[in-house]
Design a protein around this ligand. Sequence first.
Ligand code: GDP
Length: 693
Amino acid sequence: MMMLTKKMIEIRSLLQTVGQSETLTLPSIVVIGSQSSGKSSVLEAIVGHEFLPKGSNMVTRRPIELTLVNTPEARAEYGEFPALGLGKITDFSQIQRTLTDLNLAVPVEACVSDDPIQLRIYSPNVPDLSLIDLPGYIQVTGRDQPAELKEKIRELCEKYIRSPNIILAISAADVDLANSTALRASRKVDPRGERTIGVITKMDLVDAERGASLLNDQKYALRLGYVGVVCRVPQATGTGKLFNRGNGSITSAITKNEAAYFSSHAEFGSGSNLDVGTHNLRKKLMYVLESTMASSLKTTSEAIQRELAEATYEFKVQYNDRPLSAESYLAESLDAFKHSFKGFTEQFGRPEVRAIVKHEIDQQVLNLLAQRYWNRPFDDLSQPLPDPDPLSSLPKADLDNPIWQIKLDSSSTSLTKLGIGRLATSVVANALQTHIDQLTLSSRFATHPFARQAITEASTTILRDLSYDISDELEICIKPYKYRIEVEDHEWAKGRENVTNTLKEELKVCESAAKNVESQIGGRKKAKDVMAFIDRVRDGKVVLEGDGIGGAGGFSSALLHKGREAVFLRDRVDILKMRIMAVKSKQCANKTNKYYCPEVFLDAVADKLTTTADLFLDAELLSKFYYLFPRELDTRLGRGLSQTEIERFAREDPKIRRHLDVVRRKELLEHVLKEMEALRQLEAREKRFSSRT
Ligand code: GDP
């Protein structure tokens, strides 16, 4: 018989995880009573331990869904808060503290919360029961309590005492039953007294005759009857502690105390037909719960069938019956990502590395040229002023002057000693990182912050670790170039062609930047005026008062600043045009004229450096990264993840979350339904059996 209740309690817990729906629930016993009616004492007598929060300051603010699980084989008794994941708690005073904390966490202004605390107690000494303890009714609101507290408690209790729940209405014997808030509340929802059990506590506080008449109450006659109890735990007296309070069981103390009381009064004797004692109360609760659950089995399983049909329909229509689990979603996403990464590795090889590195070194060459060769003579005050064509007065290489040789040698040394190892490694590593970021953004992982972070961390970690050694090793590879560079004829020719393109590119960039600044100044005409003014200042035709910070010549300082930028770009454009012509000219066709054509020579050097770098980076950085990255992904997003992390990951995407919810709900409902069917068969068998005996 008790097997049935146990199973049903299991199903009840399962249904709680399925969710909110009110129809999807099996009945429970709801405990109501005024404050100090002895409600906690009754519950603790049933459990056999003190575990409920105590204190004057209205300590129960949330319903406690108490599930008692009988474990006949086990010796240990323990509690569990399934929602908190604290594990098995064998110390009941710790359960008490946890309950107190959970209750006190409800802010005073909110009064009470209808979010239940779930607590399971496993013990060989408890019956299989599911009880819900509610905040006690209060008569008068305390000074430090909100005015609406009374009302809120009443509403909360009302919500729970609805059918098909069983009401355990606690009233104290020393208070007139007509004034019992619990009985009044239950009479409202159960006027015919069909699902209410009356419990009269503190029977020891009234004389036996009166006590007996209470249990016979006919004003509110209850089909399930009244039970009288004496639940107070006797206090320890004298020197020897009579009872082991705290973590020890209080059952025997109460039972002895109750037995002593009831057996000493003939009114409660065996002929009286009165129901007394905690022991009887427990039995009654077990019996009533089981039969109520059994009778609601059918309606509940029908409700589950309806919900299941709905979930199945949603699954079919919205998700095309596509099965999904958090694991399969992650595995598929990871596979797709690795696949796209593979595609990327096939397209990003040595030529791409070469282009990136060359571009970077080209920029360094342009900087060097600007610093050492392209500076305008009028920046050097010792030079005569340019007139009429400023470019014609750029210094010409004079082969008799050793300065031109030194200039070129030092430029080439600057380039080779720039730290190409670090520079090339870091531009390629950055490019890889950027590509990985793009791959991530166009993958399923885009909507998963957790995965995105894991991927970024995987790539940055590998690239950082690799770059460290690779920079140094590459630097060693290019070491020979730091001392001597020989340029062959064909290298010269290639350099000439290359650098012409580089200069043309740079020209384009400068021209468009110049246009940009011009429009920022406010058009061509205005730009011309500002530039003309700045030219006059530079030529010494106009002397600025102070440093021109406050503006000059009718132009604001901001405008002058932009003007200077425009002048710089205009000159740069002019120089680039001139140098392109120079490089194309016959003079630069031959490497013997290298001092006239530093651009070509430096490009040839840059090319040598690039070749060394791309070869090395392709072998070291790319192939190692391509090998390590997918493995690192497996660790960070595959094997390395716990079930909770996988679940959290999949749920980050709202679409997937909904899909998973539907699948999970469907599975759970199917599972519950199967269990319910087994239960109904079990019940039918028991009925047949009991009708035969
Ligand atoms: P609750 O506020 O309804 O939970 O009431 P408690 O269980 O905390 O009991 C209130 C007070 O009544 C406590 O001091 C208990 O010791 C006392 N009490 C509970 N049951 C009995 C009983 O059967 N007899 C006597 N004399 N006192 C009891």
